[in-house]
Write a protein that binds this ligand. Structure first.
Ligand SMILES: *Cc1c(COP(=O)(O)O)cnc(C)c1O
Length: 396
């Protein structure tokens, strides 16, 4: 029989769970896009977007998904023939580099593989081999959603500074903004990109390019910039329509306003990071115990290199696929598929734990996985769920 009827839970790494309040805020008639409530409200969204990223610099808003701001970030900063250093730690890091190459930017790719983070000494030696500063930018993901690794962004800034290298540091925080700790200004990040549908708890369709004055200086000479993707008009618009170069994403904006109220003004950004940290640790505790008597392994071994937003897990040969199907059909939870960077996708699944996620939701997923392993006769240490509950009990 199935026990999946009732409210379904989509626990994939984006789109994330949206608060009912966000959904309700969007349920309204079309607003006036010239004057009144909507334009007034958008002016209040900009400072709160900056607060989430811990920056005093600029943020340009776009109507697009994450891939759109990959392109926006690149075309505002580089010219055809410029070289960028692409630090690959999974499908998203290398994908951003592929896009740069298609735009006519020369890419120097260093791939660290699919189960570890960027190795800082390797980056230091690449920069030392570039005395003429041909490398104009470094592309990195804070969290690569395909492997669930978290890179040391502050460490990269320190490597750049130690080498006295002027390359811009560009960071993809699409999975991690509003989940993992991040300080754009204190960590010396020049360009950061994010999208609405992950930590920001809003439907897919809006995305953001944050940039500082160094990056804006690069914009002066960037010959790839095109009128629609130009970030200039979007940050200090003379008219409301310039924010989006056309009609504003009216309903997304109402949803985003409410999501930012919850993140910035109600829970607080630090508390949001901490909630994601504790929930991630609860997941890791369960995986650890399950793995003591079975094949279950988190893809990333070291805790400090793990994302707080998503976890890629190997459940043993064929078991990732079987468990995902069991969870969906029998239990009422949809988990994330692995992406094409893993060799044996049927062994893996991804748990999304980003956005509007609470302890009861995470424990519900873990209880389902443990029940599923029992039902499917996948060997596992029997007290994984208890270990997760202990993490929650100690933190709450
Ligand atoms: C989801 C994601 C993307 C792609 O975002 P889309 O909205 O699907 O285009 C890029 N980078 C990272 C790290 C992501 O998690």
């Amino acid at each position: 029989m199935t026990l999946a009827n009732g409210r379904h839970y989509l626990a994939i790494p984006g789109p994330s769970v949206m608060p009912d309040r966000v959904l309700q805020a969007m349920h309204r008639a079309a607003p006036n896009i010239y004057t009144g409530q909507l334009p007034d409200m958008v002016a209040t969204i900009v400072p709160d977007l900056k607060a989430v990223a811990k920056t005093k610099h600029n943020v340009a808003m776009y109507i697009c998904n994450g891939h759109g701001v990959w392109e926006a970030a690149l075309v505002n900063t580089f010219s055809r023939g410029d070289r960028v250093l692409v630090l690959g730690t999974g499908r998203f890091g290398t994908g951003w580099g592929d896009m740069a190459q298609k735009l006519g930017i020369e890419t120097q790719v260093v791939n660290f593989g699919d189960d570890t983070d960027v190795d800082l000494p390797t980056v230091a030696s690449v920069l030392a081999d570039d005395p003429d500063h041909l490398i104009k930018g470094i592309l990195v993901t804070q969290v690569d959603t395909s492997t669930s690794v978290k890179n040391d962004v502050l460490g990269l800034r320190e490597v750049l500074d130690a080498a006295d290298h002027p390359a811009l540091l560009l960071c993809d925080n699409i999975a991690s903004l509003g989940c993992d700790e991040f300080h754009m200004d204190d960590w010396g990040v020049d360009v950061m990109i994010a999208a609405s549908q992950k930590g920001l708890m809003t439907p897919p369709g809006m995305a953001f390019v944050y940039f500082n004055d160094r990056a804006d200086a690069a914009r002066e000479t960037a010959d790839l910039v095109t009128p629609y993707w130009d970030w200039r008009g979007r940050i200090e618009p003379d008219y409301f329509y310039e924010y989006f170069l056309g009609t504003a994403p009216t309903h997304h904006l109402y949803g985003l306003r409410t999501a930012l109220d919850m993140i910035v003004h109600e829970e607080g950004v630090e508390a949001v990071w901490n909630r994601h940290k504790v929930l991630a640790e609860a997941i890791w505790a369960a995986l650890e115990v399950w793995g003591q008597a079975g094949p279950v392994r988190a893809n990333i071994t070291e805790h400090e290199k793990r994302s707080h937003a998503v976890t890629l897990v190997n459940f043993g040969p064929g078991n990732g696929l079987k468990l995902r199907e069991w969870m969906e059909k029998s239990y009422g939870v949809t988990l994330g598929i692995p992406l094409d960077n893993v060799d044996t996708p049927e062994d893996y699944l991804r748990i999304g734990h980003m956005g509007h996620v609470s302890a009861q939701m995470v424990l519900g997923v873990l209880a389902g996985l443990q029940a599923g392993m029992t039902a499917l006769q996948i060997p596992h240490g029997p007290t994984g769920l208890e270990a997760a509950m202990k993490v929650i009990a100690e933190a709450a």
